[in-house]
Design a protein around this ligand. Structure first.
Ligand code: URA
Length: 215
């Protein structure tokens, strides 16, 4: 598991602003920081790809470069995933995209809930690199359900799951419930979930902060 904050960098500032109740008031800044974390995690994931030699003609001579021909599919869960996904798309600009619409159904008296899966659209995934992005890995249920739905479209060469903040319980849930081999990429890892399954300290409701409070 890769956790961005295990090494200090400017990304700590973007994560701090994402969490900060004061800076959260600026929705555009919130979305921009989600996008930036997406760009950085995309760059880190690109280090795992296979590369091959290519010659490029410069104005002066021929340069030997290493490039990757991996076919990438970027998937995200609507709506909170969109700014984070955009960061990945900025880096992998020729990637195909997949979208899943999922949300938490009504909370029961014991605060349990079912994930409601609706819209889903994805290209053929066979032999491609699937990068599934969801900013908040809380219980792990939405990511697991979204992945199972996406995998009906083929068997990827490799699966990457990326979140801005993960919970320890969510990480354990994914490791127990996803039988395919996958790599996990996080901005930061938090210890707890509250009774409503929000990450603590977390940042709150990522979708509401990025797009406005839903009715
Ligand atoms: N979704 C969010 O937006 N925040 C959480 O803490 C958990 C799930």
């Amino acid at each position: 598991m890769f956790v961005l904050t295990q090494q200090n960098s400017i990304a700590n500032h973007w994560l701090a602003d994402l969490r900060n109740i004061q800076t959260q008031k600026n929705r555009a800044t919130f979305r921009q920081n989600m996008c930036r974390i997406g760009e950085i995690l995309a760059y880190e994931i690109s280090k795992t790809f296979s590369y091959h030699k290519k010659e490029v003609q410069t104005p002066l001579a021929t340069a030997q470069v290493q490039i990757s021909d991996e076919k990438i599919v970027l998937a995200t869960i609507l709506r909170a995933g969109l700014p984070f996904y955009q960061g990945f798309l900025n880096v992998f600009e020729n990637a195909e995209s997949a979208f899943v619409g999922a949300y938490r159904g009504e909370h029961q008296k014991d605060e349990s809930f079912e994930i409601q899966l609706h819209y889903s659209v994805a290209p053929d995934l066979n032999d491609k690199i699937l990068i599934l992005t969801d900013p908040m890995l809380a219980t792990g249920k939405s990511l697991n359900i979204a992945l199972k739905k996406l995998l009906k479209n083929g068997k990827p060469k490799h699966i990457h799951i990326a979140s801005i903040i993960g919970s320890k319980a969510g990480v354990a849930y994914l490791q127990e419930n996803i039988s395919d081999n996958f790599s996990l990429w996080l901005g930061d890892l938090d210890n707890e979930l509250n009774p409503k399954s929000y990450i603590v300290p977390g940042l709150g409701d990522a979708g509401d902060l990025a797009f406005g409070v839903k009715l």
